[in-house]
Design a protein around this ligand. Structure first.
Ligand code: HEM
Length: 343
C-alpha cells in the first residue's frame, strides 16, 4: 500500500485526527520496503538479538541513538556521521560525547542489510526500526514503524549542544525543547519512560548526591535509601563514569516501573524525578496515569515514538541512502569516483 493510501485509510485519518495530524507523515509508510527489502525488520531484529547476548544494554543504547538523531535537524541519520572535511560530527557534542553508544551494532545492521538488499535501506530508517525492535525485545510494545526516511549529508554539532535536553534542566526547559520539535507534554512524559531500561554514568546525576544547590547538599526529592545506594556507586572522588541502572527495579525490561519509581522518589536523573516532584506541574497526573496502567503507557509511548520519528524527515529524492552510516557518500566514494575504505 502506498504511503498516501495508508494515510487515507479510515484508521489513518482517525489516528491523524486524534493525534493532531502528526502521526501520518505524507511520505513515510510502514510498507515502504515491502517490494525492495521485505525482511528489513527481521534482519535488524536478528542483529540486535545477537548483540543482546553479550550486551544487555544495547537495545537502550539504540533507542537513544534514534532520539538524539531526531532532535537534531530531524531523523536523518546525522548522529551517525564521523568527523570529516565537511562534517563536524554530532558525536562530539556534549550530550553525546563519551555517552552515546551502539554505533558498531548499527554498522553490523547496515552490513547485513547491504548484503540482503544493497543500497536500499537508509541509516535513519535503521535507527527507527532498531528502536522499535529494541523496545519489543525488552518486553515493551511493538508497532508498525513508518519508513522511507533518507539520510542527510550534513551534521550539526552546535544544534546537538543546544537542542538535546540535559539531565539537570527544569521541566519547563524540557517542555520547551520538546515543543521546539513539535512534541507536547504527554510526549515528554511518555518518551522519558524509555528510561525504563539502560544505564547512566554517575556524572549525569552526581550533583544530586553531593552538591545539589552548591552548599554540599543532596537533592531533597531523592529517597534516602536510594541516595545512600547511589553514593556507594558514585563516590565523591570517583571518575564519574561509573554506571548504574536508570530503572533500579527492572533495569533491562521495558515496563512502566519507571513511573512508580518516580512516585517513590527513586528516579535516577533530576530530569526524571522532576516530572513527578515539580509542584503543580501538569506532568504529575500523566506520571500517575502511566504508573497505574501499563497499557496506557505503552499506547502513548507508541504514539510519541511515531511522532518523534516523523521530525523533519528527508523523503523522496532528498538526501541519499548512505553506503556507510558513518560517512556521507561523497566521502565513501572519493573525487576519483572509487570506493574508499570506510572508517
Ligand atoms: C527528557 C529528556 C531527557 C534527558 C534529559 C535524558 C538524559 C539522559 C542521560 C543523561 C542519560 C545517561 C547517559 C550516560 O550517562 O551515558 C540517558 C540515557 C538514556 N536515555 Fe535519555 N534523556 C531524555 C529523554 C530520553 C528519550 C526521549 C529517550 C528515548 C525515547 C531516552 C532514552 C534513553 C535511554 C534508553 C538511555 C540509556 C542508554 C544506554 O544505556 O546506553 N532518553 N538519557
Amino acid at each position: 500500500m502506498s504511503s498516501s493510501s495508508y494515510c487515507s485509510t479510515v484508521i489513518g485519518l482517525l489516528l491523524a485526527f486524534l493525534l493532531g495530524g502528526s502521526l501520518c507523515n505524507a511520505q513515510l509508510s510502514p510498507t515502504f520496503y515491502n517490494e525492495t527489502c521485505s525482511n528489513v525488520s527481521s534482519i535488524v531484529r536478528g542483529v540486535i538479538e545477537t548483540a543482546l547476548l553479550t550486551d544487555s544494554r544495547i537495545g537502550a543504547s539504540l533507542i537513544r541513538l534514534h532520539f538524539h538523531d531526531c532532535f537534531v535537524d530531524g531523523c536523518d541519520g546525522s548522529v551517525l556521521l564521523n568527523n570529516s572535511d565537511t562534517i563536524e560530527s554530532e558525536k562530539e557534542a556534549a550530550p553525546n560525547n563519551n555517552s552515546l553508544r551502539g554505533f558498531g551494532v548499527v554498522d553490523d545492521i547496515k552490513t547485513a542489510l547491504e548484503s540482503a538488499c544493497p543500497g536500499i535501506v537508509s541509516c535513519a530508517d535503521i535507527l527507527a526500526i532498531a528502536a522499535e525492535e529494541s523496545v519489543s525485545l525488552a518486553g515493551g510494545p511493538s508497532w508498525d514503524v513508518l519508513l522511507g526516511r533518507r539520510d542527510g549529508t550534513t551534521a550539526n554539532r552546535t544544534g546537538a549542544n543546544v537542542s538535546l535536553p540535559a539531565p539537570f534542566e527544569a521541566v519547563d526547559i524540557l517542555k520547551q525543547k520538546f515543543s521546539d520539535v513539535g512534541l507536547n507534554t504527554t510526549d515528554l512524559v511518555a518518551l522519558s519512560g524509555a528510561h525504563t531500561f539502560g544505564r547512566a554514568q554517575c556524572l549525569t546525576f552526581s550533583a544530586r548526591l553531593y552538591n545539589f544547590t552548591g552548599v554540599g547538599d543532596s537533592d531533597p526529592t531523592l529517597n534516602s535509601t536510594y541516595l545512600a545506594t547511589l553514593q556507594g556507586i558514585c563516590p565523591q572522588n570517583g571518575t564519574g563514569i561509573e554506571l548504574t541502572n536508570l530503572d533500579l527495579n527492572t533495569p533491562d525490561t521495558f515496563d512502566n516501573i519507571y513511573f512508580s519509581n518516580l512516585q517513590t522518589n527513586e528516579g535516577l536523573l533530576q530530569s526524571d524525578q522532576e516530572l513527578f516532584s515539580t509542584n503543580g506541574s501538569d506532568t504529575i497526573d500523566i506520571v500517575n496515569n502511566f504508573s497505574a496502567n501499563q497499557t496506557t503507557f505503552f499506547a502513548n509511548f507508541v504514539v510519541s515514538m511515531i511522532k518523534m520519528g516523523n521530525i523533519s524527515v528527508l523523503t523522496g529524492t532528498e538526501g541519499e541512502i548512505r553506503q556507510n552510516c558513518a560517512l556521507v557518500n561523497a566521502a565513501t566514494y572519493g573525487s576519483d569516483g572509487l570506493l574508499h575504505s570506510s572508517i
